[in-house]
Design a protein around this ligand. Structure first.
Ligand code: NAD
Length: 480
């Protein structure tokens, strides 16, 4: 059984108390490695290392820091296959998805911020006859980055890359459910020339080591991506300590289809937006609203396409979907399908586990599930399921669909499918979301602000937004 280690002060380090927790392979349901159950003792080692490294790292020139981040990107690229296989094994996602999305995007995150930092500028405000203000943007110090399991290295690197580029030292915690690629990253960091202690990676549960990171007085900012309830808890702890916080939380995203859409493109686009990564992307559209005049036609075409999705072990190159991430998560998603039936929902396809031959018979496979006949305000349509489950709901007017789309506590993303430009603009303007895609889904430009409104989060990541978050502005005025 492989024992993973923390990465502290540039060295793989066993947890001080010697405690470990099991790490499962979703494809088989078996434990395949163990990870440190880190405690405050481990965190203190990491904080000490980060404190020592900060004066060095923060004084590096932006070119030096940028070069190291680009070397990290190249280091991952060199080990692409190893990272792809590790991500797929740890998470249950098809290898093809990890190869096309997760790992290439992790490479891009390091390249993007490694080069971006060299173009980052601060503001100056001239006051006629008075003088001039200029703003410095210095790194904060030690920051905490906590990431979820659905896009493990992708979201881990999306946080640590801007934090490091801006000159901070980082204490990062990947999800205990998918720790492996963050563990592998330590090797790449060692080879990159990054000074010891700049990036420290601690493993363990959210309640223990996650909580310790949030509470530690020397960690000045928290960048968190995960569930809304966890975000609320973190805000309660870190708020009174006046820590800077960026919270990227849950979603219940609407997919809005008008009868003037490009029908074929809409059907294939929305199948992908519903079931990519087994529906476990915070941006997946889980509530599909279809204009009544095309409702039956869309339903038939959509369900037919969904039935053709191949749920297979993640290493099978023809898999469209792999395994869900964990047994508890599979049970949670199944419980929502039962709830939907109690609420009057009709299962159009899916709704049950997919049984696999040995050695995958205990893996967490669920058929892509499409439901209809549910009121827009029932629990199934209001609560985040975060799995391969979508609902179909007809609507008549723009006004009606906006009311339904905006009815949840979430506001992360929305997609709109129409060929009417004016309508696209109108609906995009009114829909309550931080990110809107028109006739597309998950087209990502790393320069754009990323994040949600309402209970989908506070703050934005991406581009200058992330570099502003990870720096502390100071305005200095000079009198003429
Ligand atoms: P989670 O909230 O359970 O865990 C996220 C991370 O927080 C993990 O590393 C976990 O160990 C840690 N954590 C848990 N409790 C903690 C605590 N008390 N203190 C500090 N850290 C703690 O979320 P998850 O189940 O890993 O991920 C799924 C959720 O993430 C979904 O709600 C999804 O919508 C959301 N998500 C949001 C975005 C976004 O950008 N908005 C992206 C991906 C996922």
């Amino acid at each position: 059984m492989e024992l993973l280690k923390n990465f502290i002060n540039g060295v793989y380090t066993a947890p001080v108390l010697g405690e470990y927790i099991d790490n499962y392979e979703p494809a088989t349901g078996k434990v395949y490695s163990q990870i440190p159950n880190s405690t405050l003792d481990d965190l203190e080692l990491a904080v000490l290392a980060a404190e020592k490294a900060f004066p060095v790292w923060s004084k590096y020139s932006i070119e030096q820091r940028g070069d190291i981040l680009v070397k990290i990107a190249e280091g991952i690229e060199k080990r692409m296959e190893e990272f792809v296989k590790a991500e797929s094994r740890d998470n249950g996602k098809p290898e093809t998805l990890a190869a096309h999305v997760d790992i290439p995007r992790s490479v891009s995150n390091f390249k993007f911020f490694g080069t971006g930092i060299q173009h980052f500028a601060s503001e100056s405000h001239y006051m006629a006859g008075e003088g001039i203000n200029f703003t410095t943007r210095k790194p904060i110090g030690i920051v905490g980055c906590i990431s979820p399991w659905n896009l493990p290295l992708y979201l881990f690197s999306w946080k640590i890359a801007p934090a490091l580029a801006a000159g901070n030292c980082v204490i990062a915690k990947p999800s205990e459910i998918t720790p492996y690629t963050a563990y592998l990253l330590g090797e790449v960091i060692k080879e990159s020339g990054m000074p010891a202690g700049v990036l420290n990676i601690l493993h363990g549960t959210g309640a223990s080591i996650g909580g310790e990171i949030v509470e530690h007085p020397k960690i000045k900012a928290i960048s968190f991506t995960g569930g809304t309830a966890t975000g609320a808890h973190i805000a309660k702890v870190a708020g009174p300590m006046f820590k800077k916080m960026s919270l990227e939380l849950g979603g219940k995203n609407p997919t809005i289809i008008f009868d003037d859409c490009d029908f074929e493109k809409t059907v294939s686009g929305t199948v992908r937006a519903s079931f990519a990564n087994q529906g476990q992307i915070c941006l997946c559209g889980s509530r599909i609203f279809v204009q009544r005049s095309v409702y039956d036609k869309y339903k038939e075409a959509f369900v037919e396409k969904v039935k053709k999705l191949r749920v297979l072990p993640p290493s099978d190159s023809s898999a469209n979907m792999g395994a869900l991430v964990s047994k508890p998560h599979l049970e949670k998603v199944k419980s929502y399908i039962e709830l939907a039936k109690e609420e009057g929902g009709i299962v159009l396809t899916g709704g049950e586990e997919v049984k696999m031959p040995s050695p995958y018979e205990n893996g967490y496979y669920l058929a892509p599930t499409v439901l209809e006949n549910l009121p827009y305000n029932c629990r199934t349509n209001q609560e985040e399921i975060f799995g391969p489950v979508v609902t179909l709901t007809p609507f008549d007017t723009e006004e009606e669909v906006l009311k339904m789309a905006n009815s949840t506590k979430y506001g992360l993303s929305a997609t709109i499918w129409t060929s009417n430009l004016e309508r696209a603009h109108r609906v995009a303007d009114e829909v309550e979301a931080g990110i809107v895609w028109i006739n597309s889904w998950l087209v990502r430009d790393l320069r754009t602000p990323f994040g949600g409104v309402k209970q989908s989060g506070v703050g934005r990541e991406g581009g200058w937004e992330a570099l502003r978050f990870f720096t502390e502005p100071k305005n200095i005025f000079i009198k003429y």
